[in-house]
Design a protein around this ligand. Structure first.
Ligand code: IMP
Length: 425
């Protein structure tokens, strides 16, 4: 296997976990490069289901280095819970390495995230309430605490004296929220140090250098349409899930990357607020949700469902530099008479046709999807293991997706199990 980045090509929840899990078997090192515990990756291993949020799924295999990179944000309590659960289920965490440059989510970050969700009505983001946006805001505003800060007490005190008065002023005067005393923060830091210490990888530079000729899998979270720069801003997460994020978030330069696989469902889902042109608020949407079990891993929220949108897929292929697509959940359509694909948008205000993704999302309410309709295959494909054996109508659907996106499909997933996968040559 070449060095590969796995990205979500839609709004997250595309089934990345299964694909990364499959590819992790062939990799020596797996690096999670962005996001935090807002992600939920469900992996089935030896008949057991694991719900991972931050720890790369490669941890379930022996002898794989699993590195949580500098581009991530870590909520200590969530990390503690996840690692404790894995340990209690017998998973060896000796290969789990945490970058000292990863950013810590502080309690005031989750306080403000929750405040915004409860207070803002118009333009609400629908965040996972894990403090993600606020942690990245602090990082960019250069007033965040990094995991590595916990190692040195002297410098941690110095940093606390700089950051805390600033944070308290904002918490009190802008949000009217609880302020934190220095003692409180120092107590928390002691607790955090205990949580993180076994995993902090102080020699990460040496580790990356030593492993640079090995096979690396870069594990993305969320999806291209939730990217802070390229997604449906402001209805996005606060990191860079696109392929390029793998470089900034891991510490390996772009020349290390050979392939970028974009995972997309055969339809689209979205959780949280924000535009979604092919959303189906009808029986068909309900059917997709029920057949596809479309409920959030992290929040349990029902996901919004809609037809495959090739405008988005083509956009994702461009901005993420996709070399191929892994198409998941196509078996969800086994019982559908017809299946639609959105090929373009029509602007109902002026009749303009968009084949390229219009990035001003506040005008998306005026857009109407232009669909083409494909006949269903009306048979169970979940036991098929080769491309040739797929029903003709299914192959036609896949071919059309390749055509519309200009990107080959390399993997087709026809069910949740590892075996239910077709590798296309
Ligand atoms: P945040 O990342 O918690 O700030 O949430 C911002 C937006 O991203 C919300 O619409 C969330 O529902 C969405 N989001 C965050 N993480 C995920 C994910 O892993 N899958 C799908 N949507 C996500």
């Amino acid at each position: 296997m070449k060095n590969t980045v796995v990205v979500g090509a839609q709004w997250g929840d595309e089934g990345k976990a299964k694909i990364t899990d499959l590819l992790a078997q062939k990799a020596d090192m797996i690096i999670r490069y962005q996001g935090g515990c807002n992600a939920g990756h469900t992996v089935v291993y030896k008949g057991e289901t694991f719900k991972l949020h931050l720890v790369p799924s490669g941890i379930l295999y022996e002898n794989k280095i699993c590195f949580i990179g500098a581009g991530t944000v870590i909520l200590p309590e969530s990390f503690e819970q996840e690692t404790n659960e894995l340990k209690s289920r017998g998973v060896d965490l000796s290969n789990l390495k945490l970058s000292p440059l990863a950013t810590i989510t502080m309690p005031y970050n989750t306080d403000v995230d929750g405040w915004a969700e409860d207070t803002v009505k118009k333009g609400k983001i629908g965040s996972t309430r894990k403090g993600i946006g606020q942690t990245y805001t602090d990082k960019m505003a250069r007033c965040a605490f990094k995991v590595g800060d916990l190692i040195n007490e002297e410098t941690l005190l110095e940093k606390t004296d700089i950051i805390l008065p600033l944070k308290n002023k904002i918490l009190k005067e802008v949000y009217g929220l609880k302020e934190y005393s220095k003692e409180e923060l120092l107590e928390l830091f002691k607790k955090y140090k205990k949580i993180f210490e076994p995993y902090i990888c102080e020699n990460w530079q040496e580790m990356l250098r030593t492993n640079k000729d090995k096979t690396i899998l870069f594990e993305g979270a969320q999806g291209v349409m939730l990217d802070i720069d390229y997604g449906t801003y402001p209805f996005v997460t606060s990191s860079n899930p696109i392929g390029g994020g793998a470089s900034t978030g891991s510490g390996y330069g772009p020349a290390m990357i050979d392939e970028v696989i974009g995972v997309t469902k055969a339809y689209i889902t979205r959780v949280g607020e924000g535009p979604f042109v092919t959303e189906l608020s009808d029986e068909t949407g309900d059917k997709i949700r029920e057949v596809g079990h479309e409920y959030g891993t992290t929040t349990g929220r029902p996901r919004r469902c809609g037809w495959f949108d090739s405008v988005i897929a083509r956009y994702a292929a461009l901005v993420s530099g996709l070399t191929s697509i892994a198409l998941t959940k196509i078996d969800v359509f086994d019982d559908f008479d017809e299946i639609k694909i959105c090929t373009a948008y029509r602007d109902n205000l002026n009749g303009k046709i968009y084949k390229d993704y219009p990035t001003n999302v506040f005008m998306h309410k005026y857009l109407e999807p232009i669909y083409e309709t494909h006949a269903g295959w009306k048979s169970d494909i979940s036991n098929i293991r080769t491309y040739e054996d797929l029903p003709e109508n299914c192959k036609k659907y896949l071919k059309r997706i390749e055509e519309l996106t200009g990107t080959p499909i390399s993997i087709i997933s026809v069910g949740p199990d590892r075996e239910q996968t077709i590798f296309v040559n």
